[in-house]
Design a binder for this molecule. Structure first.
Ligand SMILES: [Zn+2]
Length: 158
């Protein structure tokens, strides 16, 4: 059974794959969803193999991005930061009653200071000692850009 949080995450990943072209090669409908347990990436472009992570935030799209977003497991993220490998981030903001607002933070605009480890989970947690991280949006080198959905751009061109 998937939790509400996982269902929201699935929705955000599907939404980005369905409505946006690859941020590197611009191919349309080229994002495939990676298996649920993949660490550090949710989407992969089948054309150029670019990876992306999707964070879905339950909040009215009209309110924009929050200052901080909950990330996932810290250890794989820490290894990536140490290697200087940043994975493209999409932020999907929706309260599920509105059309989501989608923001992108490209790897070149990310910094190590964006990713802050949280306190390890307590002994009472299901996975004691597990460490997550927060994404501090304000520490990005450039603020995430609001994207326009592909089909809307097509409509406007007509
Ligand atoms: Zn691509």
């Amino acid at each position: 059974m998937r939790t509400i949080r996982q269902t929201l995450g699935d929705y955000g990943e599907r939404y980005v794959a369905d409505h946006f072209s690859c941020y590197v090669c611009n191919a349309k409908n080229s994002y495939e969803l990676l298996p649920v347990n993949s660490t550090s990436a949710d989407l992969k472009c089948v054309a150029c193999r670019a990876l992306a992570q999707v964070k879905t935030i339950r909040r009215s799209a009209a309110r924009g991005l929050p200052p901080k977003v909950i990330g996932s497991a810290w250890n794989p993220q820490k290894l990536l930061i140490e290697k200087g490998c940043f994975v493209c981030l999409y932020f999907v903001v929706t309260d599920m009653s509105d059309q989501p607002a989608v923001y992108i933070c490209r790897p070149e605009y990310q910094s190590a200071e964006m990713f802050l480890p949280r306190k390890p989970l307590s002994d009472k947690a299901k996975t004691p000692g597990w460490i997550g991280y927060m994404i501090v949006i304000g520490n990005a080198l450039e603020q995430p850009a609001l994207l326009t959905r592909d089909e809307i751009m097509v409509l406007r061109q007509e």
